[in-house]
Write a protein that binds this ligand. Structure first.
Ligand code: SAM
Length: 213
């Protein structure tokens, strides 16, 4: 997803109280940012923010941080926060390749990857957010009990991700090729892409994985 030329997007994000500038300075200090020691759940590639904003609304005892690469997309999430009165959500515009510069070892309890870009060409496989290269990065920021939760309607990307989980030596806690008709669907919060693709009849795949302790 890439919306080009949204005039004033960067300024709108910088001025918003939920957005964090220079997030590298918060590495190891996220509990100070939230002024509590609640668990930290992040969404990498949050897009326009429907999922993470709703998760933050439903779970005030969890701190949420949304990460999005493009200002032109993140600004749409910022616009949704006008009436958001809780203090358990922050947004960062950054490329997740640099995630270890922003979070310390054992600082993150859960990583959500929702409808991540498929990067279908083989030569771009390392850019996929479920590649072993990214799993290594997540390994360096997750708590020992931490989980990665990945949803997609792209079966090829899902099968690739299952392979990468195994190759990285992670443990697959559960997975389904049809989340909405599975035992795991209770409490599921739909993302923008999930609504769009499930309305077209595409089954939604989901996996939950954790690293070796
Ligand atoms: N998660 C949302 C959903 O399910 O509706 C958006 C899905 S959209 C297909 C993928 C999003 O991930 C895009 O907004 C894209 O800009 C973002 N993204 C892709 N690679 C990223 C990266 N390396 N770091 C941060 N965001 C990234």
């Amino acid at each position: 997803m890439r919306l080009r030329n949204v005039p004033g997007a960067r300024e709108t994000i910088i001025e918003n109280k939920f957005s964090i500038q220079q997030p590298e300075q918060m590495k190891g200090k996220w509990a100070e940012v939230f002024q509590n020691d609640h668990p930290i759940h992040i969404e990498v590639g949050m897009g326009k923010g429907q999922f993470i904003i709703e998760m933050a609304r439903r779970n005030p005892e969890v701190n949420y941080i949304g990460i999005e690469k493009y200002s032109s997309v993140l600004v749409r999430a910022v616009e949704k926060l006008e009436d958001f009165e809780q203090d358990n959500l922050r947004l960062i515009r950054m490329d997740a390749e640099n995630i270890e510069e922003v979070f310390d070892k054992d600082e993150v309890d859960r990583i959500y990857l929702n409808f991540s870009d498929p990067w279908p060409k083989d030569r771009h496989a390392k850019r996929r957010l479920t590649s072993t290269r990214f799993l290594e990065r997540y390994d360096n920021i997750l708590t020992p009990e931490g989980r990665v939760m990945f949803k997609t309607d792209n079966k090829d990307l899902f099968d690739f991700s299952l392979e990468q989980v195994e190759e990285a030596g992670w443990i697959l806690e559960n997975h389904t090729y049809d989340l909405h008709h599975s035992e795991y669907n209770e409490g599921n919060v739909m993302t923008e892409y999930e609504e769009k693709f499930s309305a077209k009849g595409n089954p939604i795949c989901r996996l939950v994985a954790y690293r070796h302790a």
